[in-house]
Design a protein around this ligand. Structure first.
Ligand SMILES: [Cu+2]
Length: 162
C-alpha cells in the first residue's frame, strides 16, 4: 500500500511580514487547501451558499426555497451523530433532483462520498420548479442493506421564478 507523506507540508504565507521584525509567533491561518473540493465542515460556508446538513437520516437545508438562477449548496456531513458500523451512514451524498413534466425525478447535480465532518460546495444553475435534496447512498452493512433515501434522507426544495 502506498502512502503519501502529506504531513510534512508547510505553506509559508506572507514572507514580507518578516520586515516587521521581532515577532516569533506565526499567524495561525487556515491550512486547508480546497484539494478535491471536499473541505472541513467547520469551515465557514461560502457567502450566499445554502447550508445543507446531511445526517442519519435526514437532509436539512437552511432554507427550503431559492430564486431561479445560480444556486450554491454547501453540503455538510454533520458531526453531531455518532453511529456504529452496523447502522451505516459513514458517507453521505447530496443529490439535487428536479421533478420532470412526467413526474419522474431527474438528477441536476450531486456531490458524493462526504465522510463525517466533510463539506463540499455544489453550484448549480436552477430553473423554477419542484426539487428534492436527497442522499441516494445504498450501503451494505452488517445489519443488512441500508438505503439512505428510504430511511428518510430526502426533502423538498422549491425554486421560484426570478
Ligand atoms: Cu446518506
Amino acid at each position: 500500500m502506498r502512502k503519501l507523506a502529506l504531513a510534512g507540508v508547510v505553506v509559508v504565507l506572507g514572507a514580507a511580514a518578516a520586515a516587521c521584525g521581532g515577532s516569533s509567533t506565526p499567524a495561525a491561518t487556515g491550512g486547508h487547501a480546497p484539494g478535491d473540493g471536499h473541505m472541513g465542515a467547520m469551515a465557514a460556508p461560502p457567502e450566499g451558499a445554502i447550508r445543507v446538513g446531511l445526517r442519519n437520516w435526514s437532509v436539512v437545508p437552511a432554507v427550503t426555497s431559492a430564486r431561479a438562477g445560480r444556486v450554491a449548496f454547501w453540503a455538510v456531513h454533520e458531526m453531531e451523530h455518532a453511529h456504529g458500523h452496523e447502522e451505516g451512514g459513514l458517507v453521505h451524498d447530496l443529490q439535487v433532483l428536479r421533478k420532470a413534466g412526467d413526474g419522474s425525478w431527474e438528477l441536476v447535480g450531486e456531490v458524493r462520498n462526504l465522510a463525517m465532518g466533510e463539506a463540499a460546495l455544489l453550484e448549480l444553475n436552477l430553473e423554477p420548479g419542484e426539487y428534492e435534496l436527497a442522499c441516494t447512498v445504498v450501503e451494505e452493512t452488517r445489519g443488512g442493506v441500508v438505503s439512505h433515501y428510504e430511511r428518510g434522507m430526502r426533502t423538498r426544495f422549491t425554486v421560484t421564478g426570478s
